[in-house]
Ligand binder design. Structure first.
Ligand code: C2E
Ligand code: SIN
Ligand code: SIN
Ligand code: FE
Ligand code: FE
Length: 586
């Protein structure tokens, strides 16, 4: 991925993002210890000593300082020599270096700057100044790291996803070569269906949709009326998803009835537990006639709850390539295409499910990975501005969900498909400003008004954010890209980044701006006005509402403004539930 961010290799090092760590090099023992006492007392700066100048590079690699201070008062030219070594290092070359000289050595100042020194102080210097300078340089360095980490988190995701894709590809190919029996045409047909599924599962990256898809494909392949997926969580299996064709027909939305999640311990007492424990598939011809002497029993409470009768069942472990069991998939009640019951599952069914499970497992691992990375990215977006911790991100997501729910309700949209859309919007909303990782703090945190050039730099956060999601085709990536790229477009066409038309750049207008971006745009401005920013105070609510109203047709989609006011109580509720809490650390 090409990105305009500073590249450096210290990304992987474990630096705490809110801690200033000074490495003090080359002072005599007494002077150094005194300085350390001083700085530690001044607060918030950790100090490590390295009295021998020649050890400085090794020490720095070990200590991971956020700033280095070379004391030239004793070391003189030795201290200057070590500068080149430090700067050459791929691991610590980016750490800012300060020099402290006495009047007699201050003549080497020019050489020091030429060698890459960030700051040069001549003793005596006031403690206040020294501490302030150390903090400034250290903070600058930490900001670079934060930015790089956000980018690298996404890059590592992309490469992990690529290898997961390869694994998926391989598992499909192994199905291909292992099991084709040229004589059995039905088997061939079913296998080719399986291979197609492998390709398609790969495209689904939203976790819920993936589970859904896995179950419907498995049911389709085995002609089963119902199915369940359990996912392993520590010592338990969580009942994660189920589908039941017979029951779905009884509900308005066609979705299965709602069942709250429950857990089954991983022991041999339950069917799913036994499968998870042994790693073996299990075929139960009738759940209510399990032979005495079997360790497991069928838990009929679920059937009772739903008014259903489970009969034949196959339970298959979801085992990854390393043999780790991520969960169990169960298929229940085989049927004919006309819906009538079949006698039971066949050997071939079991065989097919075995292959299917290995493909599904790769897709599940991949979705987990993706979900974790998205969570990490949201964290990154949250810590981007230490003056605000998390509140903004949560509130914007909350407002967006409220507005979308009402928008959908007015159109009669409901059910699981709609809920997933809403969840996708929530995640995308949390990531709306993730592109700010590419905008310098000196601009974002500027207390006053931005000059035009600075504002141009801020505007790039839309493009940078959009680019982060442009490599993966998935519903979630599409939503995140749309929102990150277009949340500053305006209904009247005066927003940014705009599109080129006949060589002229113009803002997108009206419904050229996708719904999610229009919703997040409104939510973002409401939050920006309602809360304190480094460049503005929080506005009183009436003034905020007045602006929102007056920008109907201007900045905002009029229907969304109307919905916003209709749902004002819910909006206020979200606002009050996610107050900013002050940032920790310095
Ligand atoms: P933000 O602070 O989250 O603001 C988001 C959006 O809320 C702004 O998008 C703007 O549409 C609206 N907004 C915020 N404050 C005001 C206000 O006082 N009056 C009105 N009418 N609308 C307001 P915009 O303008 O595209 O700015 C995007 C981001 O650029 C801002 O996000 C902020 O991070 C930064 N920014 C904008 N102006 C300034 C500024 O004067 N100083 C600094 N330091 N940053 C600024
Ligand atoms: C932030 O830095 O997270 C807030 C700025 C914005 O919403 O545009
Ligand atoms: C900023 O836009 O960087 C400050 C406001 C905020 O943290 O949301
Ligand atoms: Fe923004
Ligand atoms: Fe924002």
């Amino acid at each position: 991925m090409s990105s305009g961010f500073p590249e450096s290799n210290e990304l992987v090092r474990d630096i705490q993002l809110d801690r200033h760590e000074l490495l003090l090099v080359g002072g005599g023992q007494t002077a150094s210890t005194a300085l350390r006492t001083l700085l530690t007392a001044a607060g918030g700066i950790g100090v490590k000593l390295c009295t021998r100048v020649n050890d400085a590079a090794d020490e720095a690699i070990r200590v991971c300082p956020t700033v280095i201070l070379i004391d030239l008062r004793q070391s003189g030219f030795d201290g200057l020599d070590i500068l080149a070594t430090l700067k050459r290092s791929s691991e610590i070359g980016a750490v800012p270096i300060m020099m402290l000289a006495s009047v007699e050595t201050s003549g080497i100042r020019d050489a020091a700057f030429a060698g890459g020194t960030t700051d040069f102080l001549v003793f005596p210097v006031s403690t206040t100044e020294l501490v302030a300078r150390i903090r400034t340089h250290s903070t600058g360095y930490l900001n670079v790291i934060k930015r790089n980490r956000s980018v690298s988190a996404y890059e590592s995701l992309q490469s992990e996803l690529r290898s997961a894709n390869r694994a998926l590809e391989e598992s499909r190919r192994s199905v291909d070569t292992r099991s084709a029996d040229p004589l059995d045409s039905e088997w061939q047909l079913r296998l080719s269906g399986l291979m197609q599924v492998g390709i398609e599962l790969n495209q689904v990256q939203d976790f819920h949709s993936l589970m859904d898809r896995i179950l419907s494909e498995a049911r389709h392949l085995l002609h089963a009326q119902a199915g369940t997926i359990f996912l392993r969580e520590g010592d338990a299996l969580r009942f994660a998803f189920f589908q039941n064709e017979a029951l779905a027909q009884r509900t308005v939305t066609g979705d299965p009835p709602h069942v709250s999640s429950f857990r089954v311990p991983v022991t041999d007492r339950s069917i799913a537990g036994w499968v998870c424990l042994t790693g073996q598939p299990l075929h139960v011809p009738d759940c209510y006639r399990i032979p005495v002497g079997s360790p497991y029993r069928f838990d009929s409470s679920f059937d009772q709850l739903l008014g259903y009768r489970s009969c034949a069942m196959i339970a298959m472990p979801l085992k990854n390539h390393a043999g780790k069991i991520l969960g169990v998939i169960e298929l229940i009640n085989p049927i004919h295409s006309d819906g009538s019951f079949r006698a039971g599952f066949s050997e071939q069914d079991i065989h097919l499910l075995d292959h299917f499970a290995s493909i599904a497992t790769v897709a599940i691992e991949r979705a987990h990975l993706k979900e974790n990375t998205i969570l990490r990215m949201i964290k990154m977006a949250e810590i981007r501005d230490p003056a605000e911790t998390g509140g903004h991100v949560e509130r914007v997501a909350g407002y967006a969900a409220v507005i979308f729910e009402e928008w959908s309700r007015r159109r009669g949209l409901e059910g699981i498909a709609f809920e997933r859309q809403r969840d996708r919007l929530r995640t995308a909303a949390k990531l709306h400003d993730v592109g700010k990782i590419g905008v310098p703090d000196s601009i974002l945190k500027k207390p006053g008004k931005l000059d035009p050039e600075e504002f141009e730099a801020v505007k790039r956060h839309t493009q940078i954010g959009g680019d982060l999601f442009s490599n993966n085709p998935s519903d979630l990536d599409d939503a995140a890209r749309e929102v990150a790229l277009l949340h500053h477009e305006r209904w009247d066409g005066q927003g940014y980044p705009g599109i080129e038309e006949n060589g002229v750049l113009r803002g997108r207008r009206g419904e050229e701006i996708p719904l999610f971006a229009r919703i997040v745009g409104l939510s973002d401005v409401f939050d920006a006005l309602s809360t304190h920013r480094c460049y503005k105070d929080a506005w009183p609510e009436p003034r905020v509402l007045e602006l929102i109203q007056s920008e109907s047709h201007g900045h905002f989609d009029p229907e969304l403004v109307e919905i916003f006011f209709a749902q004002l109580d819910s909006i206020r509720h979200v606002r009050d539930a996610h107050q900013d809490h002050p940032a920790q650390g310095s």
